[in-house]
Design a protein. Sequence first.
Length: 87
Amino acid sequence: MKKITLALFTLLALSACKDEVGTQAWCDNMAETPKSEWNAQGAVDYAKHCVLQDAVGSEAWCNDLEDTPKGDWSANDAASYTKHCVF
């Protein structure tokens, strides 16, 4: 039982260290990573969040979201706005 608890705690602790996909820190990290180490989903996410749109949490992203009616926000938009633009 102790081993299972320790394994779950370790997994949780290590997963908290990873940057959230689409944030400016994640985009910067992906830009520094050699393209040969990217997977297909990482490339799609990079193109979507870092090339075609502003990175989540960037000043431009926060300003664009502020101009969008709150009724059009998704739950993820609201959570990301609170996390990156308010705090």
